[in-house]
Design a protein around this ligand. Sequence first.
Ligand code: ZN
Length: 794
Amino acid sequence: MRRRWLVILLTAALVLGQGILPVGTVSTDHLGLVEAAATSQPTVTSADSYGVASQQGPYWKTDSTIQDRTTKPYPSFVRYSEIGAILRDIDKRSPRVKVEVIGQSALGHDLYLVIVSDPSVHGRYGRYQALRNTMLRDPAKAQEMIKQGADFKVPIFINGSIHGNEEPGTDAALRLIETLAFDNSDEVREILDNTILLFNVNANPDGRIVNARGNGNGFDLNRDLITLSQPETRALVAQIVQWKPMIFLDLHGFVDPLLIEPCTPPHNPNYEYDLFIKWALDMATAMGDRIKDRVGLDYQIPYRDQEAGWDDYLPILTPMYAMYHGSIAVTVETKERSETGVEAHYQSVMAAALFAARHKMEMFHDQIEQFKRGVLGDKPEQYPYAYVLPAGPDQAHPNVVADVVEALLVHGIEVHEAKQPFTAGGTTYPAGSYVVLMNQPLRGLANTLLWEGEDISYDIPAMYDISAWQLPELWGFKRVAIEEPFSAQLVQVQKVKRPQGSVQNANAAYYVIPNDNNNAIRAVNALLERGAEVWMAQGSLPGFGQGAFVVRADGQRQAVKDLAKDLGLTITGTNSVGGSLKPLRRLRVAALGQGYALGRGYVDFTLRELGFDVTPVTVSDVASGRLADFDVFVNQVNSSNSAFQQAIRDFVAQGGAYIGIGADSAALNQRLGLLPVVYNAGKRDDNGVVRVVNNTEHPVMANYPANDYSFVYYPAWFTSTGDGVEVISRLQAENFFMAGHWRDRKDAAGSAVVVGGTYGNGRVVLFGTDPLFRAHTRGLFRSVANALFYAAQD
Ligand SMILES: [Zn+2]
């Protein structure tokens, strides 16, 4: 299933009346489904780093140590721990099959990529690699090359079971590999003569092992394709970027009748949708007809059969992401968890492969046409000539800019750096500014990352999931769209340049770390863990801005030097520090967030990435008194459990810090009466980028601009803020909604969205926004870190 919550479907269906087909089975997609214990602790990777997995190794090495599922949902189900040996055996016996390990899951399990291609036909890769390079650089020449003859093969990518509890995708992939490895039927010959098949056999090993939707970090991987916070999606995207598959099939379950995309409107304007739909509808029909014929199942195609509610607007889903790389990409939702469910996936892939074999000349021509439109810069109006990321004092910290450039490169986007100052759109930009020219093969993806998004609230009654995601507002950096061509001395960036970091005046008694990027938080947490004495300025520290961190140098000089270098920070020594300073300590953080596996989710993941000592807890943990072991409780969940509620009241009254995130937590506050505010909430599917006014004097908003942006998903806002309640951030009074889908919003204008105050001996901060959302909203993470430091006891 792509859907998160049944309630969204029902909402959409009610609003739309006719036009939405009922979705039959939504049984296993609830939150936090866990059936077995984890076998190991998650590997921590930096949320702000894009090390694409490149570890290669023997793919049969791990297996016997894995505590895998004990029961099989259907006889042909293959446990994750059995997959390596099966693939090794096929690889040994068939010259058509090559197995690679392309990365590891959050819990360290191998991701297997199986390449099936008959080397006796046009060689193993069938001229594809030469064509691939040409089609990006000189698409017209590549189109000419394929006109000369049919002696090439096209790549088809099959992604198996990215949702771990939608098992049949992986079993169908294994069956297909077996067939294609050994069979010599006419159909198999036709496929092998014309295609290279790439199987990401099990896109989510952690989820398959414990029968959960998410991976070991509790993430829905099929929402992470832009953020790439997880190792599984980084590995997958590296393959998509490298192969540019002509067809991409994402195998899911369970929808009745079985569902094959293409999708309903709205379609994102950054797609070359005409080139896509020209093939996608016919391919889906061929797939569905074969399933009906061979398996006896009915099928639906949202594009053809529905009016709205199953859209492809958002690029965070795997097939939608692949569309930006020129793929005819569709989700297939098989009907059931059974042999029939496996068989349907099997037949759908066979049909798509045959469709590709029969139309490869025209389909491949059109895929190249997408890149050609980009390279020629023949631009529809939503594309500017270029985006500039200006260098200079108005820009975000160099670490933020380096993260952005790195992300763009990982997505396969061309980025240039200006070697000299240049003038564009009437403004002069300094040398060192970055330029993303929009006449490039992946301009659609570049634009979807860097544009301002759209307010589509009134274009369509309800959206499938989020409808705004752009990086500048959510990662917190400045970009300028330039409409008219300009000249500048530009050099293409091959590798991101990270700031060096340094310690000035290294022999002083104290060090000051400005509170202006996520790595400052990481440095502070690392120093606290070492037992260093650290303070946070409650207000401005002259020369260092708001909320700066002060470290006693004694015993920490080498550590500070190393951290400055590793984290790209400029740290300054000083012998006297004035102003109001709050002593910090290593915080023990309990987190209760919404997640998809093993009781974990993006709240605890993101805080751990910032270096906090975080323990995920459950409602019953809290109810049974476990908060006594912690300094801070970060909570995203509402519950009617009265022991849970009383435990939170007691914890805060006795001096504990409480950070509430999102509308459910705001509703809980109303029940608990921690802060005297009245909360209001939008609908669960209201979402988008909002304009806010920050109280920059407040420690939580240290070094944030007064006029800034935030993100909401199921928004909450606060009215009737009573005595002692501090308004930390509020929605702008006019025109606060920038991009996304949120209709009934006018009552929220000008209202508080982040508030703070005290309850008993403890402090409380409530976010009605979603500042850690799926580890994506990086520019907002620091406000939550500040809230933890602010709310915790001295
Ligand atoms: Zn799914």
